[in-house]
Design a protein around this ligand. Structure first.
Ligand code: AKG
Length: 266
């Protein structure tokens, strides 16, 4: 079958939206896995090691992953996962490693970044009821790497709507340099949330997604997620890919980077 050419979307807009790219059984497997993981490794329990990071924040570590609690309380929390924001470093194990190696993902990535690809970051994002959205930002702001840009892949694990915290993107903004990012001033904003305040976002578009849809985007693209004003979780899994050979430029440890080869030219 002939491959679809995504180069126009990529060059013009800085992102590619693939509908129903991933079987929803993969979304279910990820959600089941991460819920079991968080129940077993709830921050504060004996399984979780809590350490101080170089920037004085507390990092919760378990089984090679990093667990980030939600700062803003969830009014309808019943289970440990209802109070978690993100879990990082998942792409060495199933079902995540199977996801990053599947042709539906790698074929499109190869079109935009060549045949030699590493996955260097992964996160499951819960976005529970009441959670703030992540403000306007460019992912490369967080990524001191010697080759730019990287490519982000955002998998809708649940439906993503205007009410429950879908992404918004600013088409074409991937051509901008990395802008200044200032700390998110909202009360109980999550650790690490920063915001671009020197740009006009009036041309932003919401990205409404169903489970199994994929958004693939340039790490310079300005994007945000809106607040979850619904009573249901908006779940997603996000992965970042770099060209093989890409190296960190900072001496400071970045606990959320873990370079794993996923594709090499034959
Ligand atoms: O899924 C979200 O709420 C925001 C994700 C995002 O923007 C990111 O991880 O860069």
């Amino acid at each position: 079958m002939e491959e679809t050419d995504y180069s126009n979307d990529w060059e013009q807009n800085g992102y590619i939206l693939l509908r129903q790219a991933i079987d929803t059984s993969v979304c279910k497997a990820m959600l089941d896995d991460i819920i079991a993981f968080v129940r077993k490794n709830t921050p504060g329990s004996a399984n979780v090691q809590s350490v101080q990071a170089p920037d004085n924040s507390t990092v919760h570590l378990a089984e090679g992953s990093i667990i980030i609690p939600e700062s803003k309380p969830n009014p309808v929390a019943l289970q440990p996962e209802d109070s978690i924001s993100k879990v990082f470093n998942l792409h060495r194990r199933e079902p995540y490693v199977g996801f990053v190696r599947q042709p539906a993902v790698l074929d499109v990535l190869s079109q935009v970044m060549g045949e030699d690809i590493d996955c260097f970051q992964s996160q499951f994002i819960f976005k529970n009821p009441g959670a703030w959205g992540q403000p306007w930002h460019q992912d490369s702001y967080y990524m001191p790497l010697d080759q730019q840009p990287q490519v982000g892949v955002w998998l809708a694990v649940s439906e993503a709507t205007l009410e429950n915290g879908c992404l918004q993107v600013l088409p074409g903004s991937h051509r901008e340099p990395i802008h200044a990012h200032v700390p998110d001033q909202r009360p109980q904003a999550n650790y690490g949330y920063v915001e671009i305040v020197d740009y006009d976002f009036s041309a932003a578009v919401p990205v409404l997604m169903q489970p199994g849809d994929l958004l693939i985007f340039n790490s310079f693209l300005m994007h945000r997620s809106v607040d979850n004003r619904s009573r249901r979780r908006r779940a997603a899994a996000m992965f970042h890919f770099a060209r093989a050979g890409t190296c960190k430029t900072s001496d400071i440890p970045i606990y959320t980077f873990d370079f794993v080869p996923v594709k090499r030219a034959e």
